[in-house]
Write a protein that binds this ligand. Structure first.
Ligand SMILES: [Cu+2]
Length: 494
């Protein structure tokens, strides 16, 4: 984008700019027609206009059935095995087999019934975040209803007059930190203008999973696993769009941290919050949006810049996996002591500086491992037990990691600051093969070594590359396990 005027034309969709960018708009219209022909046909039949369904990469959509004029959904709160990274399966709590739970999509004005079964070992309650529904349907345990007992069921039913990016979540604080949230999209009666060609949802979560355990520590405030839709980079599935398409991304956050989400290569406007669509007069250009806890933000832009662009949380600690104090020093030196005793663990030093080799890693920065010297652990991505020695780790090579030789200078160990506490061995961490999927087709070799935490790509592709990926995706669809047996229906309004 050359200047602000171009930006306004393209992203705000201001009519004055249309003639100046015929190519982009032609592509955009063409794609709209080509992509969802059958939606279009039906929409025309009904004399209504089309709404693009929201894609939630790596998360299924919750099917429904019609019971008279009521859309009926069925959610099961249950323990789930969530594969955050290949082979790294966390014991979380979620809905219908995943954390976050499946995405619900409805239309403004729908009458909705949601049957919630509790398959957890303890009581739960389902809160409909931001919904203007009768108090007894709000899901506030104790005040608006009795908690749903283990093995119990509660049936929620309401009419939805709102539109926007909403979500559902357990209203038990510790359960929220175990993964219990899902996106709830309310499509507007009248499509938003300008219309988008692609619409995505991403839910952000964070977990503190201590070494040698698969269950998150829901008290810990030091999060080492940061996820988009239940996956950490490079396992996140890129958002695939055609060059010139208008794109909406709906960002939802539930955790202990706020996330500044940054997009490379494009400016965007924030068009919606957890309160629904925002008036166009409030849309100013930006490229980073702070999504606070319990908030949602919709961003929109025209994908006018071809390439593979990162979309990620910009908190440095949220761009890492399995972050713990020991990784760098363990991989480059001979392991480190940590914690030691309570006084030192709390930062009261008897000797030495706070950043000295023995103290540094344990001063409030560790993962709360405790007061004994930090041990090498078996679930470190670097496979603890021996310091990082690339070629000496055939077991990891067999897992598909590429283990290239990281580039460090000869005198690296004598440079203050090297290695950082959580120094990640760049190329050595690449696992292109392990995360191979259609959406990653054609990425630069070794790309995965630099993707971690809350990171994904938006891939702005020319038509032929786009088609290629869609073709691969179609082929793969046959192999995918279908977890849900109810048909997913299209979103349209009458
Ligand atoms: Cu973040």
């Amino acid at each position: 984008m050359k200047n602000r005027r171009d930006f306004l034309r393209n992203t705000l969709g201001l009519g004055a700019g249309l003639a100046a960018t015929p190519r982009l708009f032609a592509a955009s219209q063409e794609s709209g027609a080509g992509m969802d022909m059958k939606h279009m046909d039906r929409a025309t039949e009904r004399g209504s206009s089309r709404v693009v369904s929201v894609e939630t990469p790596d998360v299924l959509e919750l099917p429904w059935r019609m019971d008279g004029n009521v859309k009926e959904f069925h959610l099961i709160a249950e323990p789930v095995k969530q594969e955050i990274l290949p082979g790294r399966i966390a014991d979380l709590w979620g809905y219908n087999g995943s954390a976050p739970g499946p995405t619900i999509q409805v239309n403004q004005g729908d009458r909705v019934r949601i049957i919630v079964d509790n398959h957890l070992p303890e009581a739960t309650s389902m809160h409909w975040h931001g919904f203007e529904v009768p108090n007894e349907m709000d899901g506030a345990p104790g005040s608006s209803q009795d908690p749903i007992s283990p093995g119990g069921r509660f049936v929620y039913e309401f009419t939805l007059h709102q539109e926007g990016t909403y979500f559902y979540h357990s209203h038990m604080a510790m359960q929220e930190m175990m993964g219990m949230i899902g996106a709830f999209i309310m499509h507007p009666k009248e499509p938003y203008k300008p219309r988008v060609d692609k619409d995505f949802a991403i839910t952000m979560q964070e977990y503190a999973i201590l070494p040698n355990i698969k269950v998150p520590n829901s008290m810990n405030m030091e999060f080492n696993w940061l996820t988009f839709n239940g996956k950490a980079g490079p396992a996140t599935t890129p958002l695939i769009v055609r060059h010139g398409e208008r794109v909406r991304i709906r960002l939802v956050n539930l955790g202990m941290d706020h996330h500044p989400i940054h997009l490379h290569g494009h400016q965007f406007v924030v068009t919606g919050t957890e309160g629904g669509r925002q008036p166009q007069s409030t849309w100013g250009p930006g490229n980073t949006v702070l999504v606070g806890v319990a908030q949602s933000r919709d961003i929109e832009f025209v994908a006018s810049n071809p390439g593979d662009w990162m979309l990620h949380c910009h908190l440095p600690h949220h761009m890492m996996n399995q972050m713990s104090s020991m990784v760098g020093p363990m991989s480059r030196r001979n392991g480190i002591p940590a914690g030691l005793d309570m006084e030192r663990g709390m930062g009261m030093l008897r000797q030495g500086s706070a950043t000295s080799e023995e103290n540094g890693p344990s001063l409030g920065r560790g993962m709360g491992v405790g007061s004994t010297a930090e041990q090498t652990v078996s679930n470190s991505p670097l496979k603890a037990g021996n310091p990082m020695q690339n070629q000496d780790m055939p077991d990891i090579q067999q897992q598909g990691m590429q283990m290239g030789r990281p580039e460090v200078s000869k005198d690296a160990n004598s440079v203050p600051g090297f290695p950082q506490d959580a120094f990640m061995e760049g190329p050595a961490m690449a696992m292109d093969q392990m995360v191979d999927k259609p959406e990653n087709f054609g990425l630069r070799p070794g790309w995965s070594g630099f993707m971690a935490g809350m990171m994904t790509f938006i891939r702005v592709l020319p038509q032929d590359k786009y088609d290629q990926i869609m073709e691969l995706r179609k082929k793969q669809e046959g192999n995918k396990p279908m977890k849900m047996d109810m048909p997913v229906m299209e979103h349209k309004h009458e």
